[in-house]
Design a protein around this ligand. Structure first.
Ligand SMILES: CC(C)(COP(=O)(O)OP(=O)(O)OC[C@H]1O[C@@H](n2cnc3c(N)ncnc32)[C@H](O)[C@@H]1OP(=O)(O)O)[C@@H](O)C(=O)NCCC(=O)NCCS
Length: 155
């Protein structure tokens, strides 16, 4: 796996998202997050991300196929991870781990010292994946609020 830097593992590139990846990411997110609301879909989330830290939307590309994705953000205090997904046909080959590691490196380069993420209670089985990567479950209650500019109820 190759990354945009020098680390090479197999034939999967971990690179910054580019417009040519849109259809692949859209397909990936439809498969990985079938119940997500419209405001999380690629046609809404990707243009918004391209305006803020666009280099923190990464894709894993293998033989021209978008096999994985991750979205990260750094707010000056904490880093956050979103949209971690790998095609079912490509899972358990280390692509998810490589995406998280590359996002961590890019967050670290921005000065980030701690990374947070949320897992839906309906998706608890994925916690094992993050634990393998050194993440720990922290006792928190997750809250959210839609600002007046919301057109829906983004989560
Ligand atoms: C979670 C996900 C991104 C993992 O991607 P992946 O490429 O299969 O993960 P990796 O191959 O890098 O896994 C690394 C290690 O994490 C652990 N792991 C991976 N998936 C796991 C799972 N579903 N449950 C428990 N442990 C898991 C394993 O220890 C694995 O190593 P191993 O295969 O040698 O045993 C992928 O399963 C996925 O896209 N799921 C659907 C979308 C999703 O739920 N995303 C998370 C939203 S919070």
């Amino acid at each position: 796996m190759r990354t945009a830097g020098a680390r090479t593992f197999a034939m999967t590139d971990i690179i910054s998202y580019a417009p040519e990846h849109f259809e692949g990411v859209d397909r990936l997110w439809s498969e990985a997050f079938p119940d997500d609301p419209p405001w999380n879909r690629a046609d809404a989330a990707i243009p918004a991300k391209m305006k803020v830290q666009p280099d923190l939307l990464l894709v894993a590309v293998e033989d021209g196929t978008v096999a994985g994705s991750i979205m990260a953000g750094y707010d000056g205090h904490r880093g956050w991870l979103y949209a971690v997904a790998v095609l079912k046909t490509h899972q358990r080959r280390g692509i998810g781990a490589a995406l998280v590691r590359e996002a961590e490196l890019r967050l670290q380069a921005l000065g980030c010292t701690k990374v947070n993420l949320q897992v839906r209670s309906t998706n608890a089985s994925v916690v094992g994946f993050y634990k393998e990567l050194g993440y720990a479950v922290e006792e928190r209650v997750s809250l959210g609020k839609c600002l007046p500019t919301c057109t829906g109820s983004p989560r």
